[in-house]
Unconditional design. Structure first.
Length: 177
């Protein structure tokens, strides 16, 4: 009896760790999900600038790269970005100009520009609440690119009643002649 128990124990011991002849369990992947994420293309912006100057062209190139990236407070990547980080990235990638990370520090750079004298590339600042600030970059006459909490990176109009009422100031950093 002892020999039988010993033999059975050895059989269970050696077969228990073996995977030979036994297929490991692999959960089924949904092919529709996998194929849709691999073939999914980035949405194309529905906005095209009317002007073709070098500033607008450089800004539009950056806008296409960031189009619809969602707003994320403190975000700094294409997975999610906030307004000041977006401005920082665009200014560096388009013009090779380093600007501070926060809106509080960005508003101190360059020099003040009257609303009636805005040019492409000017930073535009808004007071969205008592202590909150928002920033964008003028891409042409009355259009600016920014990160919207609702739409992600987008283009908005300075004539929009919301932005018109929240407008605070503009700063010029680009060295215009």
């Amino acid at each position: 009896m002892k020999l039988l128990l010993f033999s059975l124990s050895l059989i269970f011991l050696f077969n228990g760790c073996s995977t030979r002849g036994v297929k490991a369990y692999k959960p089924q992947k949904k092919l529709s999900v996998i194929s849709s994420t691999k073939t999914q293309t980035k949405a194309k912006p529905n906005y095209k600038p009317k002007q073709k100057n070098w500033v607008t062209t450089a800004l539009y190139k950056e806008y296409k790269k960031w189009y619809k990236v969602p707003y994320k407070y403190g975000g700094t990547t294409l997975k999610g970005v906030d307004c000041s980080s977006f401005i920082q990235h665009v200014y560096y990638d388009a013009f090779h100009i380093r600007i501070p990370r926060t809106t509080k520090e960005q508003v101190k750079k360059g020099y003040y520009v009257k609303r009636t004298h805005l040019k492409e590339g000017d930073l535009i600042f808004f007071k969205t609440s008592y202590k909150d600030r928002h920033t964008g970059i003028l891409i042409e006459k009355d259009k600016f690119i920014h990160t919207s909490t609702k739409y992600g990176v987008t283009v908005s109009s300075l004539h929009n009643p919301y932005w018109r009422n929240k407008y605070w100031q503009a700063r010029r950093i680009l060295p215009f002649e």
